[in-house]
Design a protein around this ligand. Sequence first.
Ligand code: ATP
Ligand code: MG
Length: 286
Amino acid sequence: MALKDYCFDGKRQLKLKEMPTDAGEYKVQKSDLVALTEANMTQAAMLQEKLYAAKREGLVFALQARDAAGKDSLIKKVFSHLNPAGLKITSFKVPNKTDLAHDYMWRINRAMPERGTIGVFNRSHYEDVLVVQVHQMQKDYILAPRCLTEDFFERRYRQLNNWEEYLWENGFRMVKVFLNVSKEEQKNRFMDRMELTEKHWKLSVGDMKERALWDEYERVFEDCINATATEHAPWYVLPADNKWYTRYLMSEIILRTLEDMDPQFPPLNAEEAAKIPMAMQELENE
Ligand code: ATP
Ligand code: MG
């Protein structure tokens, strides 16, 4: 499968059951793809420098997944190749009281990177249509009745699309990534967390409860991705059972997105350029 086969930009419907969760035929190419990941990220880092210098556009990667799909390690192993000075990584946990006293985009807006930098959302505004929908949390929200309509999530999908279009029109790109792990592999990873002391800190019994809602999450993920996949803010549904393969695909997404943005070093303005000969002369005469 080529990168475009993992991409959903509103032109075709996603059927999650038809999407692979592992590297499939690419398993034989593991070492090549590991090397390619490094090479991609070296190139991406060079483009990141131009993005930073140009400051014309900002970029956000929103990572969504089931538990133990590998969001954290993807950040650690792939995004770590970029210059940390131009990166802004934000993890979105359960909203606190202050978050809940605002509209749901409030905390998201505050986490937006400046133009010229790259944001990584570890979970994102999509939690507000995913976990909230699966658990019907909106029913317990303190909200005016007119806001709690039957089409609550359809409205939110519309709001998310509008917001992402607004960002696009204001110089920001949003790329959404769903790490698609299989039920078997999640079980293996949960087992590791229980058996290995160095993984105990990642263990959460609450995550096991979410596993019982596997099918419901699948339905909601599919519905959400289909409703919010657009040309300017596409979704990528990446197989997550083989971490090296997920990392390779993520490096491709980062590099291709930056290439598409095509940042350029800004030229020196004429006034500054005119001062160069004199400044050089001064240095030479020191
Ligand atoms: P890790 O477990 O790797 O540290 P994590 O992202 O799973 O990372 P946790 O603190 O375990 O972090 O989980 C965060 C929890 O917050 C998740 O269960 C997620 O669904 C929940 N959450 C995030 N945003 C919202 C939201 N807007 N409304 C309700 N729950 C949310
Ligand atoms: Mg967790």
